[in-house]
Ligand binder design. Structure first.
Ligand SMILES: [Zn+2]
Length: 268
């Protein structure tokens, strides 16, 4: 099981998870390579609100969808607010937030069991997570920064799949994509206080660093998923740091906020 990056025929570079590919789940996590945007957004910027030319962003999204063989009219995204709301998406939502800012309001996680509906999330340091329940035929996607991770959004996404589609957490396959790594993610005491309160294992994901801490968001998401019964063997953690790899990924922190946004898409 692994995460690897490939180049599509239209020169868009994107990553996929082998355990999803093995069961024919269409998905991809964009890199910044293969789009039309210019510096500091070079080049496959997916963020309509990043200050980039919105026509280029829409064209970049089209290029990404084309690379995956997905029609823009089937894609749904949320207007992300670093909250913990999980939206249940149906065919009626198709096209919302695909090429415009009309995504589901206040939504950081999406789940569906509708075949042909593609879920899209955005990230640039925060953790992108994709979920597949091959038994009940359902999928999910969420992005979790320090707030979403502390609020257990990844776990809530799986529990929403359980509530609405009958998903057993133990059946769930999970892919955790590139995000800022513990090597680069320094946080202060108030952030760690949230983790201390939320998770008994907080010391396993936080290393003291001067008066601050270095936080491992990817591992924190793994652990909270294991807590609700997701099998560790079904989780692939890409372990790729966006901040260490800015030629390939956008990093909000490493590029001081002047950068683009990455996207991940999944479809049953
Ligand atoms: Zn790093």
């Amino acid at each position: 099981m692994s995460f690897s990056i490939q180049c599509a025929a239209n020169n868009v570079w994107y990553g996929t998870f082998a355990h999803f590919n093995n069961i024919g789940i269409c998905h991809g996590l964009a890199t910044r390579i293969g789009g039309l945007s210019e510096a500091p957004f070079y080049s496959l910027n997916m963020g309509l609100r990043s200050g980039d030319d919105v026509k280029k962003v829409a064209a970049n999204r089209e290029r990404f969808f084309q690379a995956l063989g997905i029609a823009a009219g089937t894609v749904v995204s949320g207007q992300q607010v670093h909250g913990d709301t999980v939206a249940v998406v149906t065919e009626r939502d198709m096209g919302r937030g695909a090429l415009n800012c009309d995504g589901l309001p206040g939504t950081d996680a999406l789940v569906t069991n509708a075949a042909g509906v593609a879920l899209m999330i955005f990230f640039a340091d925060c953790v992108p997570l994709l979920f597949v329940d091959p038994k009940r035929r359902a999928i999910g996607a969420c992005h979790a920064g320090w707030r979403g991770t502390a609020a257990s959004l990844a776990a809530k996404t799986v529990l929403a799949m359980q509530q609405h589609f009958g998903t057993e957490p133990g059946d769930c396959l999970v892919g955790i994509g590139p995000s800022i790594g513990q090597c680069c993610y320094e946080v202060d005491e108030p952030v760690i206080a949230c983790y201390r309160e939320a998770f008994s294992w907080w010391e396993d994901v936080a290393i003291p660093h001067g008066s601050n801490w270095r936080l491992d968001l990817g591992q924190a998401n793994c652990r909270q998923l294991e807590d609700i019964g997701v099998d560790k063997r079904n989780i692939v953690l890409s372990n790729v740091c966006t901040a260490c790899n800015t030629p390939l990924f956008y990093s909000y922190r490493a590029e001081h906020g002047k950068t683009g946004v990455l996207a991940a898409v999944i479809r049953l």
